[in-house]
Design a protein around this ligand. Structure first.
Ligand code: GDP
Length: 358
């Protein structure tokens, strides 16, 4: 499954946040795989639609979609020079599908900031610079080879030109993603450049920032169009240890309506370009994770590969239509339930019953 790699300067709260992501015991019980890899933390994607469906279909449980975060320790200035942790760091980050940078905006005289002061834009620039340098090194190695290939194979010219354009962008100190070149760019994909990955920013804040709307707007603007999440990593680590009632009290006492991890899950999902479709029955009401743009058979394959191979058709109703109709029977008689074929492109919130041959 797709993952976000957590990065950040030392002492910004990465470990604290990651502990919160991994010590969610209720979650570990539902998702035993979540505890297999020590460096992977899994958060459920909050989805109020599931509770509603469980009511309607009398489901025994709800199973939300999840988002996975990988702890990528050890970014320091100079990582791209390949000293010590550097190479391993870059290899790990290369495997992540998106990058989640934790940025410190909490004040605490007892916690040293590596650069001696709280300065989010300088933290972002430090990380960007390391990733840009790493990509420039990749390109400098690849360009002579691409030039040679393009001389003998015309069809390699677009790859060469894309690499040259990428180098110009990086030379200007910009990331490829900021220049509109994503990781699915057909010509550059083979180079797996780090700055093509989408970014998500987590501002590790204290109550002062969390409740200061204009400060948050300022920080949001600093990273736009990337998603920004505001949370207090220390509070998040406490929240996962509490029962629902005490957790709600703690949140209220700091003026929050939901845990920061919920917002983080949503933003992570969005940054990865994912969406969900839903199934419901007596056993469970469940959200399934797919990429945006996937067709019905691809979506069926997430449940079981046999479903994709033997796909015949899908009975689909949108969540909103079902809720408006009140019940599946009423939705059917109102003509809101559609039969879709193999070319149907899924929408978020489709409730699906697949028909297939085995
Ligand atoms: P890392 O080096 O990025 O992994 O940072 P850590 O998670 O180890 O945190 C560094 C220090 O900052 C620890 O002493 C944490 O307890 C503290 N810390 C982390 N998050 C917060 C926060 O939101 N507020 C405050 N005041 N301290 C925090």
């Amino acid at each position: 499954s797709l993952t976000l790699g957590i990065v950040g300067l030392p002492n910004v709260g990465k470990s604290t946040l990651f502990n919160a992501l991994t010590s969610n015991e209720a979650l570990a019980a539902n998702y035993p795989f979540a505890t297999i890899e020590p460096n992977v933390g899994v958060v459920p994607l909050p989805d109020p639609r599931l509770d509603r469906l469980a009511e309607m279909f009398d489901s025994a449980k709800t199973v939300p979609a999840t988002v996975s975060f990988v702890d990528i320790a050890g970014l320091v200035k100079g990582a791209s020079e390949g000293q010590g942790l550097g190479n391993k760091f870059l290899a790990n980050i290369r495997e992540a599908d998106a990058i989640c940078q934790v940025i410190r905006v909490f004040d605490d005289p007892d916690v040293v900031h590596v650069d001696g002061r709280i300065d989010p834009s300088s933290d972002i620039e430090t990380i960007n610079t390391e990733l840009i340098i790493a990509d420039m090194q990749t390109l400098e190695k690849a360009l002579p080879r691409l030039e040679k290939e393009a001389r003998t194979h015309k069809d390699r010219r677009p790859a060469l030109e894309a690499a040259q354009r990428a180098k110009e962008i990086l030379d200007e100190g910009r990331t490829l993603f900021a220049a509109g070149i994503g990781k699915d760019d057909p010509e550059l994909r083979e180079l797996n450049l780090l700055t093509t990955k989408p970014f998500l920013y987590v501002f590790n804040a204290d109550e002062g920032v969390l409740t200061d709307e204009s400060r948050r707007a300022q920080l949001r603007e600093l990273v736009a169009p990337a998603d920004a999440v505001f949370l207090d990593a220390k509070v998040e680590a406490e929240l996962v240890e509490l029962d629902a009632e005490s957790a709600a009290e703690l949140l209220e006492s700091i003026g929050q309506t939901e845990p920061g991890l919920a917002a983080l899950a949503r933003a992570g999902f969005h940054t990865l370009g994912l969406q969900t479709y839903l199934t419901a029955g007596p056993k469970e009401a469940r959200a399934w994770t797919i990429r945006q743009g996937w067709t019905a058979p691809q979506a069926a394959g997430v449940i079981h590969t046999d479903f994709e191979r033997g796909f015949i058709k899908a009975e689909i109703i949108s969540y909103d239509d079902l809720v408006t109709a009140g019940s599946m029977a009423d939705a059917k008689s109102a003509g809101k339930v559609r039969m879709e074929g193999k070319d149907y492109v899924m929408s978020d919130g489709d409730i699906v019953d697949f028909r297939f041959n085995v």
